[in-house]
Design a protein around this ligand. Structure first.
Ligand code: FAD
Length: 427
């Protein structure tokens, strides 16, 4: 009889616990530990909560209060402070230790706070937890002046909620375009033009240098100073400056980490029986040719499934990291796959229709498509994913796509189906 312990009760932890219950021997025990004051929930649902489309209950990953009890999974609210790999125990914030036979680290990631004077002031929030959402709901009233720091993936998702709350929104992004780590110059510029047309003020290539706070001044409780010298009054500042994996508690434990917990294809760390999945894990990706952290939910659940199957004694390999980003920014759909920036000595093609808000960029390494950006179309998302993740050899179709990138579906039908396209999961 084994005790499987999972640190983190987000999507990765939940999928892993349920997979273990299904595939591990019935006598095994499973403990799911989370440190937030809420039932396991989805951060992805927070924008819908801020829209008012759902209540907090709508963010819960499992609604039935008896779900965990019925599965015989112990939910524990605590914070893991340290890991002792020799004793195979965890030190808990509440005191005491918890022993395990197999361990899954699914501790997710946390927002990074830029070192700006005033970043810890009242009314300056991240948008990451239910607590954050409650604070934003309080201050993001219609007409409120909201300044959002960062226009990355999460920043663009939050923007939609803020616009729907009818606030006066200003976005400050230090990159030269929107979503600079996901989109090239043309695509990022098109997203900026789109949101500006919808009434959002955007400052790209600008930094917030300081945030002054005077909670007693109801006319301007905050004032934000930009690198341009401008001073903007605000009621709320939302910091969306990227995330970092929650791996601090592993320091000195012997579990090998780089940006996240380094894993093999089975999601096992360098320590046998200790696995990692989700936003905190760094796994090898064949498209990039190196380990990467891919902090998106589909990746978290794929990795959690693979890790849990291996914890249950089965052999499941993950043959890549899911790294698709599909964004809906105030109604404009954009996608980014793989190595969208292209590769040295690679070839690329771009097709842009500015008035029609459409754009397609394809990047090749030899005859393999390694990445793509697209704006304004969802028609080819499945095909793009299949070609990039499947590393499909396009042969003569590479030149046909360079001449006319819209022939994607034809290229897929001609090449992908004829080759052994392995799924991400393999047993
Ligand atoms: C507003 C918002 C919108 C998003 N939208 C999308 C989207 O549209 N598409 C998409 O793919 N992704 C989206 N994401 C990202 C997605 O939510 C994450 O990729 C996903 O939550 C990762 O799941 P996880 O289980 O790895 O980590 P998490 O969901 O972060 O769960 C980890 C849990 O572990 C807990 N924990 C951490 N350390 C410890 C410890 N030492 N002891 C105990 N517990 C601990 C954390 O508090 C947390 O509760 C969004 C995120 C946000 C904030």
């Amino acid at each position: 009889m084994n005790h499987h312990v999972i640190i983190g009760n987000g999507p990765a932890g939940v999928i892993a616990a349920e997979t273990l219950r299904k595939h591990a021997p019935a006598a095994d025990t499973i403990t799911l530990i989370g440190d937030e004051d809420a039932p396991p929930y989805s951060r992805m649902a927070i924008p819908y909560l801020l829209h008012g489309d759902i209540t907090e209950r709508g963010t819960w990953l499992r609604k039935d209060p008896l779900h965990w009890q019925q599965l015989g999974i112990a939910l524990k609210r605590d914070r893991v402070q340290a890991l002792d790999i020799a004793a195979r125990t965890l030190a808990l914030a509440s005191g005491g230790t918890l022993a395990f036979d197999t361990l899954l680290i699914a501790s997710g990631s946390s927002p990074m706070l830029p070192p700006i004077p005033g970043i810890h002031a009242q009314r300056v929030n991240t948008c990451w937890t239910l607590d954050d959402a409650r604070a934003i709901e309080k201050f993001a009233a219609p007409g409120a002046r909201v300044i959002q720091l960062g226009a990355g993936f999460i920043g663009c998702i939050i923007m939609e909620s803020l616009v729907r709350r009818r606030v006066q929104l200003t976005v400050v992004e230090m990159g030269d375009r929107m979503v600079p780590r996901m989109m090239g110059e043309t695509a990022g510029g098109m997203i900026r033009d789109w949101v500006q047309d919808k009434g959002v003020e955007v400052h790209t290539g600008a930094r917030i240098e300081s945030i002054e706070s005077d909670p007693a001044d109801m006319a301007a409780p905050l004032a934000v100073r930009l690198s341009s010298g401008e001073r903007l009054p605000a009621d709320l500042v939302i910091s969306a400056a990227g995330v970092k994996p929650n791996i601090g508690f592993l320091e000195g434990s012997g579990v090998r980490c780089q940006h996240g917990v380094l894993t093999d294809e089975r999601m096992q760390s360098n320590i046998p029986g200790i696995f990692a999945a989700g936003d905190c894990a760094e796994a090898f990706d064949a498209v990039f040719g190196k380990p990467i952290v891919s902090a998106i939910q589909p990746n978290a659940v794929d990795q959690a499934y693979a890790a849990a199957m291996n914890m249950a004694g089965q052999h499941v390999q993950l043959r890549g990291v899911t790294q698709i980003n599909v964004l809906d920014t105030l109604g404009l759909i954009s996608c980014s796959f793989g190595r969208w920036q292209g590769v040295p000595a690679g070839q690329g093609v771009e097709l842009t229709d500015h008035p029609g808000h459409r754009h397609l960029s394809l990047q090749f390494d030899g005859d393999v498509m390694v990445g793509s950006n697209s704006i304004g179309t969802t028609a080819h998302i499945g095909v793009l994913r299949g070609l990039v993740e499947g590393r499909v050899k396009l042969g003569a179709w590479k030149d046909k796509l360079l001449a006319d990138p819209t022939r994607l579906m034809e290229a897929y039908l001609a090449c992908a189906q004829a080759q052994d396209r392995r799924s991400l999961l393999a047993t």
